[in-house]
Ligand binder design. Structure first.
Ligand code: OVV
Length: 406
């Protein structure tokens, strides 16, 4: 069997539009909304000629594929590479890149460590850290919402909450960039992220060892819950690696994108200032509109059919979550940022057995920060154009010049 771009070399299924677009090109990565609209208009699925894989961007099919872990597996990788046919760059994640029943058992350990009652205990710490950071930034005339804020807050609070005090910001951000860019083809963005490679990987792996875990954090519990499973002494370390892989870049992106939404829509920021109970929904709405994880792939386990399209075994499907979340069939005025919108059902945190296991933590972090902004900041003024950062799987900003007015 032939290999193409790291997966099975397949032909286009019957009855679908083939498309020459490169979803991993700088042009698309920097301006995804036009791509989303075209993708949805072409049909339930398109065949990407350049990658010989399917892509879906309508809400219905994206949800169907993502919800069905039996027909559309994760164990063959959630990027364009098929782990059954090609070796991945790192040992596969024991939650992201496995299927039930192994997934079920491993995920349960993370679910327990990240349970709402554990996160609730961190709320005051998150809010105090957010207040402190905003107080530091308020006197500064112009800040970069990314390097001064979005990158600072999670890299301060997350390692402490997890119990990893010794880890630096550059290592955490560098590793996240590798993990997410690795999901795409071996293009310039993946190569650039990987170039920083080896020393970052070594530091991350070391961080995951029990001796580098501090007492009282969330990671300690992961080690405790696997203490009796002697033959799996790597398990806890690998699950801590998942926290480090999925917990930083995602929230950095989410915070940057939320502030971008506020800065572009001052009347929406005013609405949450006037009604703080809308802060949670303002975050959900930013997740919907600017979904930080733009797309993950699934691999078809055995020939099947979705919306009249026959999908053969081994087919990679790029599920464009950001597009599903702006599908006009589901969302009125989908490209408007509306903090009062009913946001339930957005797919930014996935759906099905692999839905984001850290979402309670992410919400606690980001809403604490948004609360500090709503209380302390009168207005968030853009001071220049937002600059997006190309990444094969994430939608995040490179820089966002703003002024925080007290
Ligand atoms: C959701 C997610 C993203 C990236 C990495 C991982 C999970 C992981 O488990 O390593």
């Amino acid at each position: 069997m032939g290999l193409f771009q790291g997966h099975k070399d397949i032909d286009a299924p019957k009855n679908i539009i083939t498309w020459d677009v490169d979803p991993y090109s700088e042009e698309v990565l920097l301006n995804p909304e036009k791509f989303f609209t075209n993708l949805r208009e072409k049909g339930p699925f398109v065949f990407l000629n350049k990658y010989k894989m399917l892509a879906c961007g309508r809400y219905k099919e994206t949800k169907e594929v993502f919800s069905d872990h039996k027909r559309f597996v994760s164990s063959r990788g959630v990027g364009i590479q098929d782990f059954k046919l090609e070796a991945p760059w790192r040992p596969p994640s024991l939650v992201l890149e496995v299927d039930p029943p192994i997934h079920t058992k491993n995920r349960r350990i993370l679910t327990r460590a990240l349970a709402p009652n554990k996160i609730a205990r961190l709320k005051d710490f998150f809010r105090a850290s957010a207040d402190k950071l905003i107080n530091e930034l308020l006197p500064i005339k112009e800040i970069d919402a990314i390097s001064d804020l979005a990158e600072i807050y999670p890299t301060r609070v997350f390692p402490e909450a997890v119990g990893l005090k010794k880890i630096d910001k550059e290592t955490l951000l560098g590793y996240g960039a590798m993990v997410f860019n690795a999901l795409g083809p071996d293009n310039e963005f993946r190569k650039a992220a990987m170039a920083k490679g080896l020393s970052v990987i070594e530091k991350i792996n070391k961080q995951c060892l029990e001796e580098n875990i501090e007492a009282g954090g969330l990671a300690e519990e992961i080690y405790e819950s696997t203490a009796n499973i002697s033959e799996e002494d790597q398990l806890a370390g690998m699950l801590v690696r998942s926290l480090l892989s999925a917990g930083i870049d995602t929230t950095v992106s989410a915070i940057g994108n939320l502030i971008w939404c506020f800065s572009k829509n001052p009347e929406q920021f005013q609405i949450i200032k006037d009604n703080k109970s809308l802060i949670g929904n303002a975050f959900e709405e930013s997740l919907r509109l600017t979904s930080p994880v733009k797309a993950f792939c699934r691999t078809c386990a055995a020939e099947t059919e979705v919306s009249g399209v026959i999908i053969e075994e081994g087919t990679k499907i790029l599920c464009v979550l950001g597009s599903a979340n702006t599908d006009p069939e589901v969302w009125d005025n989908p490209y408007n940022y509306d903090v009062t919108r009913r946001t339930i059902g957005h797919l930014a945190l996935g759906i099905g057995v692999h839905n984001c296991v850290g979402q309670t933590l992410a919400r606690a972090e980001v809403t604490a920060l948004a609360g500090a902004l709503a209380d302390k900041v009168r207005s968030i003024k853009p001071m220049g154009s937002a600059n997006w950062k190309p990444n094969n799987a994430m939608r995040s900003l490179e820089s966002l010049p703003i002024t925080l007015e007290a």
